[in-house]
Design a protein around this ligand. Sequence first.
Ligand SMILES: Nc1nc2c(ncn2[C@@H]2O[C@H](COP(=O)(O)OP(=O)(O)OP(=O)(O)O)[C@@H](O)[C@H]2O)c(=O)[nH]1
Ligand SMILES: [Mg+2]
Length: 256
Amino acid sequence: MSRKKTPKSKGANNPAASTLPAANGPRPARSGTARPGPDAPPNGPLQPGRPLLGSGGDFYDVAFKVMLVGDSGVGKTCLLVRFKDGAFLAGTFISTVGIDFRNKVLDVDGVKVKLQMWDTAGQERFRSVTHAYYRDAHALLLLYDVTNKASFDNIQAWLAEIHEYAQHDVALMLLGNKVDSAHERVVKREDGEKLAKEYGLPFMETSAKTGLNVDLAFTAIAKELKQRSMKTPSEPRFRLHDYIKREGQGASCCRP
Ligand SMILES: Nc1nc2c(ncn2[C@@H]2O[C@H](COP(=O)(O)OP(=O)(O)OP(=O)(O)O)[C@@H](O)[C@H]2O)c(=O)[nH]1
Ligand SMILES: [Mg+2]
């Protein structure tokens, strides 16, 4: 069996630019370094078909990169921490510097799917750093904050950026975060649904604080990516929109 090391997940808000992972992503290379090997596919499962051993001792069958994007303060880091560790980062807001990543292996219908989750900095000054990572992403979670209208208004600009830098077939999901803050809400759920429908995106409202729909968002993406890479003729087609509509609390199906 091929044994591969994956880069260790770093702590949140890892500052130094020198510690940034390679722009080509943290794909576990045959050499055991963080850089992809020359035979690594430009976009697709890292190593389908044979179990691999991650640095945390976790076996996985396929691995994908999922990038979180959206304005600063919408809750990207908190969403990731909630999914990875089941905790909420309350208190002082520490803005992510550059880019950070964490790994998690999910069991998707008997297949071990490793998600390499990239937490980008929403601040404008780091935009050129994040641009370099888009093209290797298999999926993007695009967040806005339901208590911050500007973050919602900026979604179209984010979509334009995604269109410019990401793979054309990247799996994309729109998330309206912080729904626990009902009194401060300024973006109605219907507004999120309307925008998602306009762009044909799956959409859910989430809360990193309470955990609402957080696991579901990542699981849905993992199912979609696994289906894309390992589809067998006998397997029924996975429908992301239908899945989140069925499983989510307040999720919606937004085909145009
Ligand atoms: N009430 C509430 N607060 C949240 C939620 N998610 C994040 N926050 C708070 O929002 C602030 C920003 O969260 P972060 O996750 O650091 O935001 P970010 O999108 O990573 O920001 P950048 O790293 O600057 O891009 C923090 O003070 C969090 O505690 C949520 O679901 N509900
Ligand atoms: Mg952050």
